[in-house]
Ligand binder design. Structure first.
Ligand code: SF4
Length: 366
């Protein structure tokens, strides 16, 4: 048995199913139904992959949240990246972004039309591109939450130390806590418990969720991505709600500390400062983005190339915004599985490897 098998043991899953059923009976006795949100797209994918929805009693509804950075990115960012590619800049990006629709086209189409678009599996590959192509400008499409921001900033730090001058960032860095604040402030959205993201929490720390438990009375559990991690987390959330004792329970302590990763936090604070950002579905949220500080403006692709970020045009029939707020299930979008398919996505939630629509299409019966 290897290490990971310990997080996938069937008998443990059966144990959690029984516990959840017991919690379901307790909730039924209280005349309640609770709504849990898995904030993180990787949780969404794992929940679909392992059929975890089928473990839940009917008194527990599980909805997806805005924790897919590709999905919440405004199409205007893709428009700018396409413009840059058209100007001969090498645009380096994570693979998912290539197929995300901008206002009029995708980066894949821009590449087919001759644009220089390179897929990177890590930020360091963007740095390597810049080093190997000193004659070209390289722009890294820097999309991500706290988990991804930290390594991208570390890459920028390395680039600056090495004197690499032909690299800049087109940033779409977003922060999870302000999005949770916006969701909890929305009277149309009901959230009783948060399955808190695993890797984001490794950076920001489990203590970041205390306001949600202490001020809003929302149950919070930080959980890993393995099936037993998720079942354990859901069991903990429902137990907090049954006993009416909301708190922050860090069940992923093998990775997440209460205070997070201080070194990463310091590095991010050195290079970046908060700003407002437009989120798909959630609109503009103050201080929900991180942008390069003024003294690092030469590494800001917009400033370096004299461009501005304009709000992009969403496909009006795509309901990704509603999916990202947990208001609808993907299949409630009329395009799901009909006009919108993984090989022909009309919205980012069907593109992304963390997208709710992709997860549901791939793993759940339609
Ligand atoms: S099915 Fe496609 S169009 Fe509909 S919400 Fe999902 S990604 Fe958007």
């Amino acid at each position: 048995m290897n290490y990971m098998d310990g997080f996938r043991r069937l008998e443990a899953a059966v144990h959690f199913r029984a516990r959840l059923a017991g919690h379901g009976r307790a909730l039924a006795g209280q005349g309640r139904k609770v709504h849990l949100m898995e904030v993180c797209g990787s949780h969404t994918m794992a929940i679909a992959r392992y059929g975890i929805r089928g473990f839940l009693p009917e008194q527990v509804a599980l909805v997806s949240g805005p924790g897919c950075p590709v999905c919440v990115t405004d199409p205007g960012l893709i428009d700018v990246a396409i413009t840059l590619a058209g100007q001969g800049v090498i645009v380096a990006t994570f693979g998912d972004m290539v197929r995300v629709p901008g206002s009029h086209a995708t980066l894949a189409k821009a590449r087919a039309a001759g644009g220089r678009i390179e897929i990177c599996y890590s930020p360091l590959q963007a740095l390597q591109l810049a080093i190997h192509h000193p004659e070209s400008e390289v722009v890294f499409l820097a999309v991500g939450f706290e988990t991804t921001i930290a390594p991208i900033v570390a890459m920028l730090d390395t680039a600056m130390r090495q004197g690499v001058a032909n690299l800049s960032l087109l940033t779409a860095f977003k922060l999870v806590p302000p999005a949770l604040d916006a969701l909890l402030a929305d009277p149309d959205i009901r959230i009783d418990g948060l399955l808190c993201p695993a890797h984001v929490s490794a950076i920001i720390g489990a203590d970041a969720y205390r306001p949600y438990a202490e001020r809003h009375g929302v149950a919070c559990v930080v959980a890993g991505f393995e099936p037993l991690d998720i079942l354990y987390g859901l069991d903990g959330l429902v137990e907090q709600l049954v006993t009416n004792k909301p708190c922050v329970d860090n069940q992923y302590s093998r990775v997440v500390k209460a205070e997070g990763n201080r070194q990463a936090q310091r590095l991010m604070a050195h290079y970046l400062e908060p700003a407002a950002a437009a989120w798909r579905g959630l609109g503009s949220i103050p201080e929900s983005a991180l942008v390069l500080r003024r003294q690092f403006a030469r590494y800001d692709a917009l400033q370096r190339h004299g461009l501005t970020l304009q709000p992009g045009r969403h496909n009006p029939r795509c309901l990704c915004g509603e999916v990202l707020k947990g208001k609808i299930r993907p299949r409630e979008c009329s395009l799901f599985g009909v006009a919108c398919l993984p090989e022909q996505p009309l919205g980012p939630c069907m593109v992304s490897s963390e997208g709710s629509c992709a997860a549901e299409y791939k793993y759940e019966e339609c």
